[in-house]
Design a protein around this ligand. Structure first.
Ligand code: MN
Length: 203
């Protein structure tokens, strides 16, 4: 059932002579076996539109969705999540500036990261996360720096997904989030502006 790790689309979209994003290998060993527990990352991406990218480790890649409004802690918020190409695992700690004119040009911050526990079931039985995604419904528990508790991803008829907080002790009604320019990296505590300034200083 598990698909082979395939980064062809990721590679096709990028010129690695011009972007500092990790290339990742297509053949970096077999996917991890087991229930599908692994890492998650939410990147804040100030590209042509500012959005968040939600990524879950499965089958040796980061399964990825663009989430325009970010991940909510309020079970009443159904957040649109548009699937994007699989990313290499190494992308999980990528922060920096993608050159203007390149695919996704703009600043990337690791807004949150940590481990997830797969809670997906089918007909009452636990199933691997990759299988759950193929079937269009996955449930998982996030242990991040900012995000905690149960979440579910559900595919709609049109191919878009909804990312929704489950009702548990970590649920809370979402106040208005800080402006993206005031958000800080879970890895380095830097703002988008500081990440861009550091990259300028390196050149
Ligand atoms: Mn993005």
């Amino acid at each position: 059932m598990a698909t082979r790790r395939d980064l062809a689309e990721y590679h096709r979209k990028r010129d690695f002579a011009r972007t500092g994003e990790p290339k990742g290998a297509n053949d970096a060993g077999p996917p991890r076996e087991g229930t599908g527990d692994g890492a998650f990352v939410v990147q804040l991406h100030e590209a042509s539109t500012t959005h968040f990218d939600f990524r879950l480790e499965a089958d040796g890649v980061l399964k990825s969705w663009a989430v325009p409004k970010g991940v909510s802690t309020d079970p009443g918020d159904k957040r649109l999540a548009v699937p994007t190409e699989d990313h290499p695992l190494e992308y999980g700690d990528f922060e920096g500036v993608i050159a203007a004119g390149e695919y996704g040009g703009g600043t990337v911050m690791v807004w949150d990261t940590g481990d997830y526990r797969n809670l997906s079931k089918r007909h009452g039985e636990p199933i691997p996360l990759a299988d759950a995604l193929e079937h269009g419904h996955a449930a998982f528990w996030l242990d991040g720096d900012k995000l905690h508790g149960g979440y579910a991803l559900t595919r709609l008829r049109d191919g878009a997904w909804l990312l929704v907080k489950e009702r548990d002790k970590h649920a809370s009604s979402a106040g208005s989030p800080p402006h993206p320019h005031r958000m800080r990296s879970a890895l380095t505590r830097r703002t988008l502006g500081q990440i861009a300034a550091d990259e300028d200083a390196e050149r």
